[in-house]
Every structure is written in C-alpha cells, then in structure tokens.
Design a protein around this ligand. Sequence first.
Ligand SMILES: [Zn+2]
Length: 295
Amino acid sequence: MFSPKLWQLLTAGTITLIGTGGGLSLTGLLLKATLNNPLLSAQSVDKKSAVTTQNASLNTTQQTISKEFQGQTIYQAKLPITDKVIALTFDDGPGPKNTTQILEILKQNHIKATFFLVGQMVSFHPQIVKQIAAEGHVLGNHTWHHWYRRMDVATAASEINRTADLIYKLTGVKTTLFRPPGGFLHNGLVDYAKSQKYAIIMWSDESGDSQRRGQTPTLIKNVVKSAKPGGIVLMHDGGGNRSRTVKALPQVIADLKAKGYKFVTIPELMEMETKAKDVVTAESSVVTKDGHSSH
Ligand SMILES: [Zn+2]
C-alpha cells in the first residue's frame, strides 16, 4: 500500500524524511517508529544505550562465524555431497508485510534462515528486526542505503557501521556477515567490510525473485534446480513487493525437503565446512598478476 511512497522516501534519504515528516500520509505507526528513532539524526550510536537492549538477550542463536572465514568471500560451503544442507538467505528487508509472512512460513517449517538487512529499512521497522532475532534467525549487514556506486572509505564505513550499530542497538547482535548490494565486490564496500573482519557472504543459488518477470513457478524451479549440498540460496524479503517470494517459499521448502535437504543458517553452514576439514573459500576475485607480466 505504501511501497511507492516508502521507496520515494528511501531515495530522498532519512534527513528529508524527518524534515517533511509532518506532511506525509504514511501510517502513524511507521511515522512514529521513524521519528522516535534517535539514530536517524545521528551519525554515531551511543554505545551505552546498547547495553539496555532487551529482546535479543534471550536469543541463543549462533550469530558469529569462525575466524577462518573472516575477511573471506564465500559463495557456498564446500561439503561432502552426502551433507544435504542448504542455507536460505533473504535480502533487502525488513519489509513491512513480506518479512513477517516469511517468518511465519519459516516458523511453520521449523527453519532458521539468514537475513541481510538494509539499515534504513531497519530504522523504519525496528520491531520486525527484533522479531527476526527473537525467532532465532541470523542477522547480516547489507549496508544502510543499498547503493551500488563506488564509495570512498569514509562512505563505505558509514554504510556498514551505521547499519551494524543499529542492528546491535535493537537486538544485541554483533553481526559478522556482510553481503554487498547487487553482489558488487569492487566498489569499496567489500574492501572495508573485509578490513573489519566480516565474512563476505555471496550465494550459489539464485531464485531470481528480484527480477520483474520471474513468476512464482519459475522462482521455485530456479532454486530447486540449483540446489546443492552447502548451497546458499538468494531470495528477497524487502526492496519492493515480494509477494511472489512469499508464494514460492512453501513449495521451495517442500521440494528441497523432498530432495533430502535440511536447512541451516550461514554460521551453521560454515561450521559444517570447518568440521568437514575441507575449507575452501571462493576468493574468486583474486587474480594473480604473474601471467600478465612477461610481455
Ligand atoms: Zn540487496
């Protein structure tokens, strides 16, 4: 209902939102949540206030990833073909409607997933983020604005740190997982994230749910045909209307279960790789210069 307006606001930026807030026709709840959020007018977060975080202190989910994966770029876990586990990941949320629908489907199926959150959306929907954490899912960082453009270090730092600080303030979770918007590895964000020891979590199995033409049966087929042990599935719970994803998800889960898959979070998936003692990180962006230096 308010998606177009919300995206307009997102594009305009938060400061504009505050400045024009009185004249907007957003629901009172959203506006209240937004205006009450102290982070919207501050670049830095008061760390002391984070200590008072309530909800997520009850959350016992493993949110961290082991040291061997810090600063690495990961497309999937390398597991024996008999380890039929797969990780569902959801990007660009929280969305006002679709995220809670997805949480309900996950709950019904006793599945924990990993959510890569956009900081600005977190500021709009803090309660949904608390719900994601309280229900045992893993939180990842997907920057504040979801920009694709090249960024200097200060901007990249702001995009990542501001998001991490807000997630921590709301949930008590210090996320160690980063996914670059659009999967762009060379615009400055990933360099900064690696310097901060994030694991860069890419994907091996793309649902195509962010493409306009992808219909529900296609999304299901895309995920199921690319499924493999150790795979990471990319879907979206925010960034627009994701009702097709919501429709596809129960069948995606059913089909993968029928193929023998179990569902794990990203930290669980990587822990399995560690246990398999066969660590391979897909640092595919590294190119050796040797081959090009002789002519
Ligand atoms: Zn994204």
